[in-house]
Design a protein around this ligand. Structure first.
Ligand SMILES: [Zn+2]
Ligand SMILES: [Zn+2]
Length: 572
């Protein structure tokens, strides 16, 4: 007999990893134990050498769908001769290295239970298990345990507690687990918060069919929903939202329904039906008639499939495409707190489909497109955050990168892990700025990272830059500040994303970014690696009529280019 201690790092908590190890050990007659630690999972396994090899191979090859093993470390230790295998209680000391998994689309097993009239979770809109359900959006603290989620206020009923405690059950230690007897409740209310009659799902479907706008509380915030087949309803939503021409995303009841509207290649189909469930930008069939106000002047449409039980029930009840767009007025951040949503969306939504499970972290839907068979994120948020990107080099010091001002995301990095935040938004909005500060503090707490280096954009007027300078001005004692040129940051991110160190010739065409020489840069060709860059070539500079106004109204730039090309001889 040989005994070995195995340290497992990666996404191994809250994803059914311990029950998997327990079952595997039983199958192979391995004795020992498994337990969660602050750094991941530790296993002690004792068996014949050949059995141990099979056991450790299977840890990787048969790991649960949502688990991500970043590292396995082995340490031979003396055997104990004790038979049997156990799941031991958690141990929370030591440095925190565990990952919080992203929110995950409802799994096939949970969908089957919801469709079974004899199951106790029949049509229950908050069904989840170890393999699916809310995670990042409900986590309030560490270690990841029910009291450190927004499910803390829902004590488990006896039956749920039995599932939670049974290593052979799919819901063993599933922190958000619940049922109709003990979990959150779905309601349909008006703007004053008063209940509307009927089954909330069926009543919402009726409202949508009659052309109403309904605010729907999802995983990371509120959406606004209308019948996507109704020209009037879509136009009403667009005018109430003051959203002139940005396209609306559409929730389809099934992949087959989505195919009626769009060309869907295998890569796009995998994204639509996978566990992350982003909005996928798809080419629309030219002969399909859709509401003109859906995506004006756009031959693509953003499509998503249901990713929570609630969306599943709603899509089934409507049995047709539903517009599902962010619950906000024009450029504000999406509403995610119930009272705030009813106040801010009162003039837009006729009713609110809501529930009493609080959202901790406002998180927008992700948006992805497929380019030559490869998914390319346009907005990496719900379903992806806070899963880290693996860096091509080791950060010996913890880094906070505060990001730019528009469409902000921030990033905390340590070792080879870069925790890129969910989509934060445009920082000039006060509410968004608060999300930015709260998000940085939350990530720091979850991943136990105190920045030693703060990277910021060279633009002195970015609010993110001002925040970094404040941190350097005594708020974070001893921190080193590093200014990074905007286009260089784009190219370095691209390198890191592809696991490359450079140097490369990088091309970054991006509106405006503050240049190393204090002028605004736009179309840049840089010789760059992760640390440095040299400006090789760039588009000729032109006037920026109205300063920042030209960024919001690109026709001003067109006029400036015409002026530069023709001078005073500008043709009429
Ligand atoms: Zn499930
Ligand atoms: Zn229950």
């Amino acid at each position: 007999m040989v005994r070995v201690r195995i340290h497992v790092e990666g996404i191994v908590q809250g994803v059914g990893f311990r029950p998997f190890v327990y079952t595997l050990a039983g199958e192979l007659a391995v004795s020992g134990f498994v337990r969660n630690t602050a750094a991941g999972v530790v296993i002690e396994a004792e068996a014949q050498p050949a059995t141990l090899t099979a056991f450790t191979d299977a840890l990787r090859s048969r790991a649960p769908a949502l688990a991500r093993i970043d590292a396995l470390r082995f340490e031979p230790i003396p055997g104990t001769g004790v038979a049997g295998f156990e799941i031991e209680l958690s141990q929370a000391d030591g440095p925190r290295r565990t990952l919080i998994s992203p929110d995950t689309a409802t799994c096939a097993d949970c969908l089957a239970e919801m469709a079974d009239p004899d199951d106790r979770r029949y049509r229950y809109p908050f069904t989840n298990c170890t393999n699916c359900g809310p995670r990042f959006t409900i986590v309030t603290g560490v270690p990841y345990d029910r009291p450190a989620t927004t499910m803390a206020g829902f004590p488990m009923c006896a039956e749920c507690r039995r599932e939670y405690g049974d290593p052979a059950d799919r819901r063993f230690h599933a922190q958000p687990l619940c049922c109709p007897a003990c979990g959150p409740t779905l309601r349909l209310v008006d703007a004053t918060g008063a209940d509307l009659p009927g089954d909330p799902v069926e009543a919402t479907a009726d409202l949508l069919r009659s052309g109403s706008v309904v605010a729907v509380k999802g995983l990371g915030g509120y959406h606004l929903a209308v019948d996507a087949g109704s020209e009037d309803a879509v136009a009403t939503l667009r005018s109430r939202k003051h959203r002139e021409d940005k396209p609306f995303a559409v929730l389809m009841p099934s992949l087959a329904a989505a195919r009626l509207w769009c060309d869907i290649d295998p890569a796009a189909a995998a994204l639509l039906t996978g566990h992350r469930r982003p909005i996928v930008l798809l080419p629309r069939h030219p002969d399909v008639l859709v509401a003109a106000a859906l995506a004006p002047g756009n031959d693509h449409v953003g499509v998503l499939l249901p990713y929570t039980p609630l969306h599943q029930l709603l899509a089934q009840a409507v049995d047709g495409p539903i517009v599902l767009t962010s619950g906000n007025v024009s450029d504000e951040p999406i509403a995610y707190l119930d009272d705030d949503a009813r106040t801010r969306l009162a003039g837009i939504a006729d009713a609110f489909m809501c529930h009493d499970r609080p959202i901790r972290m406002r998180t927008d839907d992700s948006v992805v497109r497929v380019v030559r068979g490869r998914p390319q994120p346009v907005r990496r948020s719900r379903g992806y955050a806070p899963e880290p990107i693996t860096l091509p080099l080791d950060c010996s010091r913890a880094v906070l990168a505060v990001g730019a001002e528009l469409k902000n995301t921030f990033c905390l990095a340590r070792g080879r892990q870069a925790f890129v935040s969910h989509h934060i938004g445009d920082l000039e909005n006060y509410e968004t700025m608060r999300s930015f500060l709260d998000g940085i503090a939350h990530f720091g707490m979850l991943f136990d990272i105190v920045p030693e280096v703060v990277a910021y954009d060279l633009h002195p007027e970015y609010l993110s830059t001002k925040h970094a300078l404040q941190l350097g001005d005594g708020e974070l004692p001893g921190v080193e500040l590093v200014g990074v040129q905007h286009h260089h940051a784009h190219i370095a991110s691209c390198l890191a994303d592809n696991g490359e160190l450079g140097p490369v010739i990088g091309v970054a065409y991006d509106g405006t970014g503050y240049g190393c020489d204090g002028t605004l840069w736009g179309g840049e060709i840089l010789l760059a690696d992760l640390a440095d860059c040299r400006r090789l070539a760039h588009l000729a500079p032109v006037a920026l009529p109205g300063g920042a106004a030209a960024i919001r109204a690109p026709w001003r730039m067109a006029a400036a280019y015409l002026q530069a090309a023709y001078g005073e001889d500008l043709p009429p």
